[in-house]
Design a protein. Structure first.
Length: 385
């Protein structure tokens, strides 16, 4: 899987002015259907080119924007190593592609900014978390959401204790063997005494500090929750090495090497679900408290304009729903359209982007979980003032 950080999503959010192409495609990790994915992606590219031409670009200009995306069709290895969904972003100055553990509906959007609403689960309060599965022989980092999990390629972190400590550790392994009956380390070759146990703890601490340094680049700057999985004596040692503020106190205790990504996901979500639910419940209760006053609204025009001015504290937005229209900032008005018109953008996406840009909280939920007195409303907001 490709790692899509919140910082990268925010960079995509900030680009505007040029025609920006956003493509979303559900993909397959294995099986004969993997052969159909590039064919369906090619169809999306045709739609994107048509929309670019309809927006006034010449054929050569449209082809130049889509050229990096076209190159993906020639990369067989790329299509054989997919996740559950592919997201591609292209503009005159930008090209990004991400293979992700989230299944998207097929979607082509061409407007003056990238369409990021399908990625809101990454940015929402209960958007994602990480699992760090630790043993002396293996390190795995997994990225999870409520519905999915995927293992992340580790390029900036050691993959095991031997790699972290290099030849020094390999030579030491010839002199003693480490076993863990009952979850406690036993040392051989040096008498199994306290001094040698202390030495080995120092090695583990060095190992974990290397891992922690790698996490600073991947995880910690995002402030996403991190759940540890490992035998009981390793977890407190890792706590000493940790500098990641979002380390969850409760861990998954036991040898993680025998657990699949899905099993780790289930155990981590059992730890995190109460934490995530409380945050969403508090925001929903606050909406109900202010409903009917000028501190809350489910009216899309009001919410979009308020988000644009930085008034939105908490926003509930329905996933899988689009509402096309325009924000006319000069006239201070929001235009809603029943069907998409040239120059339109998804106003639900715009409300979410503006809320996040002003440090508000976004909850991307199923349509029936939007807390609104109006049946079928796709948005609800609590205002700061």
């Amino acid at each position: 899987m490709d790692l899509l950080s919140r910082a990268e999503v925010r960079t995509l959010m900030r680009e505007r002015g040029n025609l920006c192409v956003s493509l979303y495609l559900p993909t397959h990790r294995a099986g004969t259907q993997t052969k159909q994915d590039p064919i369906r992606f090619k169809n999306l590219l045709r739609q994107a080119e048509e929309r670019l031409l309809n927006n006034g670009l010449r054929g050569t200009e449209a082809q130049q924007i889509l050229k990096p995306s076209q190159r993906l069709l020639e990369d067989d290895d790329f299509w054989q190593h997919q996740g559950d969904g592919l997201a591609v972003f292209a503009s005159p100055g930008t090209f990004r592609s991400y293979r992700l553990p989230w299944a998207f509906s097929e979607l082509v959007v061409v407007t003056d900014r990238f369409h990021i609403k399908p990625l809101l689960t990454l940015l929402s309060v209960d958007g994602r978390f990480y699992i760090l599965a630790l043993s002396q022989k293996n390190v795995r980092l997994l990225q999870g959401t409520r519905q999915s999990v995927a293992e992340i390629n580790l390029e900036s972190m050691p993959k095991n204790l031997a790699e972290a400590l290099g030849e020094e550790e390999r030579e030491r392994q010839l002199q003693f063997h480490i076993a863990t009956p009952g979850g406690s380390p036993i040392f051989h070759g040096h008498g199994g005494g306290g001094a040698d146990e202390s030495i080995h703890k120092k090695d583990l601490l060095r190992y974990f500090k290397r891992i922690d340094k790698g996490l600073q680049e991947l995880v910690c700057l995002e402030r996403s929750p991190l759940v540890l999985a490992g035998v009981d004596y390793l977890l407190p040692i890792y706590n000493e090495a940790n500098t990641c503020a979002e380390l969850v106190r409760e861990g998954i205790v036991g040898n993680p090497d025998g657990l699949s990504a899905q099993e780790l996901h289930v155990r981590a979500w059992a730890i995190l679900e109460p934490r995530f639910s409380k945050s969403q419940e508090r925001a929903a209760a606050k909406y109900q408290e202010f409903a009917g006053s000028d501190r809350a609204s489910h009216d899309l025009k009001t919410v979009v304009m308020s988000a644009h001015h930085g008034r939105v504290d908490s926003l509930f937005v329905a996933v899988g729903v689009q509402q096309w229209g325009k924000l006319e900032t000069n006239g201070g008005d929001v235009k809603l359209h029943d069907a998409r018109e040239p120059g339109d953008q998804d106003l639900l996406d715009l409300a979410a982007v503006e809320t996040l840009a002003h440090a508000g909280k976004v909850f991307a939920v199923e349509p029936d979980r939007v807390p609104s007195p109006s049946a079928g409303s796709a948005v609800a907001a609590v205002f700061r003032y």
